[in-house]
Ligand binder design. Structure first.
Ligand SMILES: [Zn+2]
Length: 480
């Protein structure tokens, strides 16, 4: 397949380090709050990449970290500690917060059909590895101690910026956020590997180290967790585009200095989800979560479908109206699948070109919207219903939209409608013949002008939460 590599700024043919196998690393969430749907867009698109690689026959091993220590509110080592802030906000311990939001994150992932990686590693579980790697970086001169902390010396690198050419202005993160620059740093781009002189007196989690009691910086966890589980050569590292700098840039600096050779070959970055007011974030505007989508009556898979309708390297604008449109399209798609007949054989040889037509756009840097168009082409085709269903089942291994399951549920709901007719009077209900019979009795009582009996039955049904509406030629009932 062809994949756009942010490190080389072009689409490249994907060739894994070991034939047939793919090692894949994803930066996981910082578990101090719910994930917003902008973060989840990245995880959805990474999930598509993983599923596509499996679909075309690769064996994929995927690792994700969980950041439960060391991530400050500015990615450049300034600002408040996110975990500490979360714990204070909710009057809980840092570990309680971490557990709660880790569970919440995976619950959201499940609702969005994002596969859980084989290996999920909380940052606090790998302290020994950080100490080992930092020690080596100190020995080899890539790191230095200053003011009690250990820093990475970015001036030791031939090339620091991998993803883009930043100028000095962009680096003045501290200045931009009104936080004092760290006087200990030799170069503006240096970053903390280990904090001992923390400005957070009440930092909850601290560990012993050769440099004093303290805690790791944010970036070191990903390098160490990744190398520990996936070895010295990584095929694909993914994440949101806002992690490219400084986080991924620093991961490369650490990993390659430690290993002494190139580390990750392909970098996949998913672009922002925007609102009409700009980039979505937890701190500005409406805090959009999967739970909020559900509260507003949206199936989380409608959001997945919405994300798949655009390319992962383009910004996507979220609005309730756009999501409403996605819902209409998704419901219509499910209804079309539900109405397919069962004609023909599932393994029709005529189906092969349709499968190829689906595979091709995904293999070209994950063009998901074109892949969905190819799904509609199947529905429009001359193939029999059985072959169409078989293709949809295959495509959905990548798309993860539960299309056949939803269609089956829709059919079942439709089949549950009960119809009881008597003397030209038709009762349509939600699948309970006893209720149908009562509604019919009421109609007969009315016809016989026995209004007391008709009212008694109506009240009886009302007591069971059933609403009856008279329609031409009969009645329709539903539970309210
Ligand atoms: Zn990371």
């Amino acid at each position: 397949m062809k994949l756009y590599n942010s490190a080389t700024h072009r689409k490249e043919e994907f060739v894994p380090h070991v034939p047939g196998k793919v090692s894949m690393y994803t930066c996981g969430p910082t578990v101090y709050h719910f994930a917003h749907i902008g973060n989840l867009r990245s995880y959805i698109m990474e999930d598509i990449l993983e599923k596509y690689l499996r679909y075309i026959g690769y064996e994929v091993t995927r690792v994700m970290n969980i950041t439960d220590v060391g991530h400050l509110s500015s990615d450049a080592d300034t600002g408040e500690d996110k975990m500490l802030k979360g714990a204070q906000r909710e009057h809980k311990s840092v570990m309680e917060i971490a557990q709660f939001y880790t569970d919440a994150f995976f619950a959201d992932c499940e609702k969005l059909r994002i596969r859980r990686p084989e290996i999920v590693q909380p940052a606090t579980g790998m302290i020994d590895a950080y100490i080992r790697v930092i020690s080596r970086l100190l020995e080899t001169g890539y790191a230095y101690q200053a003011g009690g902390n250990v820093y990475y010396d970015t001036s030791k690198l031939e090339r620091y910026y991998i993803f883009n050419e930043h100028d000095e202005e962009d680096l003045a993160v501290g200045v931009r956020e009104g936080v004092d620059a760290d006087e200990n740093k030799r170069n503006k781009t240096d970053f903390v590997l280990w904090f001992t002189k923390s400005k957070f007196e009440d930092q909850a989690l601290k560990w012993d180290s050769p440099w004093g009691v303290g805690y790791p910086g944010w970036h070191i966890e990903c390098s160490c967790i990744c190398i520990h589980y996936l070895g010295e050569y990584l095929d694909i590292h993914c994440g949101g585009i806002d992690n490219a700098f400084p986080h991924h840039t620093n991961e490369i600096a650490q990993s390659e200095a430690y290993l002494g050779h190139p580390w990750c070959k392909y970098w996949m970055h998913v672009h922002h989800l925007n609102t009409q007011n700009g980039k979505m974030s937890k701190s500005s505007g409406e805090f959009l979560t999967v739970s909020l989508l559900e509260e507003k009556g949206f199936d989380p898979l409608v959001y997945r479908f919405f994300c798949l309708q655009s390319h992962y390297r383009k910004g996507l604008t979220f609005s309730w109206e756009n999501l409403e449109n996605a819902r209409a399209a998704y419901d219509k798609l499910v209804a079309r699948i539900a109405s397919l007949d069962t004609d023909g054989a599932p393994d029709d040889p005529e189906a092969a070109p349709y499968e190829e037509a689906f595979r091709q756009p995904l293999g070209n840097d994950l063009n998901t919207s074109l892949a969905i168009t190819r799904l509609y082409d199947v529905l429009k085709s001359e193939l029999g219903g059985a072959a169409k269903r078989a293709l949809i089942a295959q495509f959905d291994q990548v798309l993860g939209l539960d299309l056949l399951e939803k269609a089956a549920r829709k059919q079942a709901e439709q089949a549950q409608v009960s119809v009881t007719a008597s003397a030209g009077y038709t009762v349509t209900g939600e699948g309970d013949p006893e209720v149908d019979a009562l509604v019919l009795q009421r109609a007969e009582a009315k016809k016989a002008k026995n209004f007391a009996e008709a009212d008694r039955i109506r009240d009886l049904l009302k007591g069971q939460g059933i609403e009856v509406s008279d329609v031409p030629g009969g009645a329709v009932w539903r539970r309210v």
